[in-house]
Design a protein around this ligand. Structure first.
Ligand code: C2E
Ligand code: MG
Ligand code: MG
Ligand code: MG
Length: 292
C-alpha cells in the first residue's frame, strides 16, 4: 500500500502544487492516475503477467493472470496502484476487457499447440456487474479459440452485493458454457459460508494472511483446516495463496490436492515468456508446433 501511495504521489506530482495535503491530494492524484491510465490503455502499456499454481511437488497445474502497467517513466506499476482507481471510474471496463482478451489469446495459442493450462483472471465486482459481461467473456473465448473450461474467473465475496440470485444467474450463464469461477481472498470478506453452497463455484483461494500464519499460529491453522474440510465436502478445488517459504509449502503438502501459489514456486512473470518456457518443459510437442 505504501508503494501504491508513493507511486500515486509521484504520478500526481505535477498537480500536487494546486492542493493542500490532506484531502485534495487523493482526489487530484486519482485524477492524474485516471488520465494517465486512459492514455496507457490506448498506448498498449498494459502487460499480462502469469504466476503458477502448482501441486505440492511444484508441478504447474494452472496459472493466475496479473496485470501490470509498463509506464514510460515510472517503470512497472503494480495493480494496487491503478486497479482501484480504474474501479472508481469507467476504466475498469476497458482494463478488464484487455486482460480478458490477452488471457484468451494465450489460452487460444496453448489450445492450438495441443497443451492445456487453466488460467485464472481477476474480475472486479464492477466489471462482473456490467450489463454485457457474459457476452464479453464468451466473445473473447470464441475470438481466440480458447477452451471455456480453461478460463477461471476469480471473484471476491464482494461480488455479492445484495441480490444473490442475480449473481447466481449471471454466473450460471457462464458456467453452463464451461467457464469456472473461483472465490479469491477467501476468508477476508464478510464471508458467508452459505455462499459456497449457493454460488456455482469450482474453487476457493485461501487468503495469504491465513496461509502464511498457519504453520505457526493455531488460530489460522484452525481456519485453514476448516476451509479445506468444507471445500472437500463440497468438492471444491482449493488454492493456497502466498506460499513464500518451504515451511508454508510443507504445511500444505499434507493436502496433496491443494494447489499452491506463491513466490516460493514462481514469481509473476511476463505471460509470453513464461508460457514459452512451460511449453518447452511440459509440452515439448506443443512448443515445436509453433505455439507462438
Ligand atoms: P490477488 O488476485 O489476490 O493476486 C495475488 C497477489 O499476491 C498478486 O499481487 C501476487 O503477485 C501476490 N503474491 C503472489 N505470491 C505471493 C507471495 O508468496 N507473497 C506475497 N506477499 N504476495 C504474493 P499483484 O499482482 O500485485 O496483484 C494484487 C491484486 O490486484 C490482486 O490480488 C488482484 O486483486 C488485483 N489484480 C491484479 N490483476 C488484476 C486484473 O487483471 N484485474 C483486476 N480486476 N484485478 C487485478
Ligand atoms: Mg486473484
Ligand atoms: Mg484479489
Ligand atoms: Mg488473492
Amino acid at each position: 500500500a505504501d508503494t501504491a501511495l508513493r507511486r500515486a504521489k509521484e504520478m500526481g506530482g505535477r498537480q500536487s502544487v494546486f492542493f493542500d495535503e490532506a484531502m485534495g491530494a487523493t482526489v487530484a492524484q486519482r485524477f492524474a492516475i485516471e488520465q494517465a491510465l486512459r492514455r496507457a490503455l490506448g498506448a498498449q502499456e498494459l502487460r499480462l503477467y502469469l504466476q503458477p499454481q502448482t501441486d505440492a511437488t511444484g508441478r504447474w497445474r494452472a496459472a493466475e493472470a496479473l496485470v501490470r502497467w509498463q509506464h514510460p517513466t515510472q517503470g512497472l506499476v503494480p495493480p494496487a496502484a491503478f486497479v482501484p482507481v480504474a474501479e472508481d471510474c469507467d476504466l475498469i471496463a476497458p482494463l478488464g476487457a484487455w486482460v480478458l482478451e490477452a488471457t484468451c489469446a494465450e489460452l487460444g495459442r496453448l489450445a492450438r499447440a495441443g497443451c492445456r493450462l487453466p488460467i485464472a483472471v481477476n474480475v472486479s465486482p464492477r466489471q462482473f456487474h456490467r450489463p454485457h459481461f457474459v457476452d464479453e467473456v464468451l466473445t473473447a473465448l470464441r475470438r481466440h479459440g480458447a477452451e471455456p473450461a480453461d478460463l477461471v474467473l476469480e471473484v471476491t465475496e464482494g461480488v455479492v452485493v445484495d441480490d444473490v440470485d442475480a449473481v447466481v444467474e449471471r454466473m450460471r450463464a457462464l458456467t453452463s458454457e464451461g467457464v469456472r469461477f473461483s472465490i479469491d481472498d477467501f476468508g477476508t470478506g464478510y464471508s458467508s459460508l452459505s455462499y459456497l453452497r449457493r454460488l456455482p463455484i469450482h474453487e476457493i483461494k485461501i487468503d495469504r494472511s491465513f496461509v502464511q500464519d498457519a504453520p505457526r499460529d493455531a488460530g489460522s491453522a484452525a481456519l485453514v483446516e476448516a476451509i479445506i474440510a468444507v471445500a472437500e465436502r463440497l468438492r471444491l478445488r482449493v488454492v493456497a495463496e502466498g506460499v513464500e517459504t518451504p515451511e508454508h509449502a510443507a504445511y500444505f503438502a499434507r493436502w496433496p490436492h491443494v494447489l499452491q501459489q506463491g513466490y516460493l514456486h514462481g514469481l509473476p512473470e511476463p505471460a509470453a515468456a513464461v508460457l514459452a518456457r512451460w511449453l518447452a518443459d511440459e509440452c515439448p510437442g506443443g512448443a515445436a508446433n509453433g505455439a507462438r
